[in-house]
Design a protein around this ligand. Structure first.
Ligand code: DAT
Ligand code: MG
Length: 135
């Protein structure tokens, strides 16, 4: 099995969409390996989104992702799981995301786009290490 890192963001937990979102991944054939509700601290949020440090939306992104609980997950599939999950998520901007995707069906604003998924195999390894260092 090949694992990736996946997160239901604060808006997903607040809106009660965690079950709907995980159900989509499970129905696809992906497996939940571990999952935990936690509120991210600022240091973890900044480390996770380090590639966006300095961009105009960075401050808003960090305050959004730390505002309430997120569900951090390890998700596994047969291969290229990060890519399967990214396709299921849809485009970053929900207004442009295709119908049938999580963002395209359930969200509309870029700052409240419900989910995070690693964008490469390297990012998956890094993010799993950041959020589940004991594993
Ligand atoms: P993704 O979450 O699809 O991997 P990303 O890594 O480019 O997208 O950006 C991380 C998050 O930052 C994204 O989910 C929402 C926010 N974001 C990205 N671009 C933005 C923009 N132009 N304005 C506001 N927020 C943005
Ligand atoms: Mg990204």
């Amino acid at each position: 099995m090949d694992s990736t890192f996946f997160m239901c963001k604060p808006d997903a937990v607040e809106r009660g969409l965690v079950g709907e979102i995980l159900s989509r991944l499970e129905r696809r054939g992906l497996k939940l390996v571990r999952a935990e509700l936690r509120q991210l601290d600022e240091a973890t949020a900044k480390a996770h989104y380090a590639e966006h440090d300095g961009k105009p939306f960075f401050g808003e992104l960090v305050s959004f992702i730390t505002r309430s609980n997120v569900l951090v997950c390890e998700v596994a599939g047969p291969k290229d799981t990060w890519a399967v999950v990214r396709t299921a998520m849809g485009a970053t901007d929900p207004a442009k995301a295709a119908p049938g995707t999580i963002r395209g069906d359930l969200a509309i604003e870029i700052g409240e786009n419900l989910v995070h998924g690693s964008d490469s195999a390297e990012a998956a390894a890094r993010e799993l290490g950041l959020f589940f260092p004991e594993h």
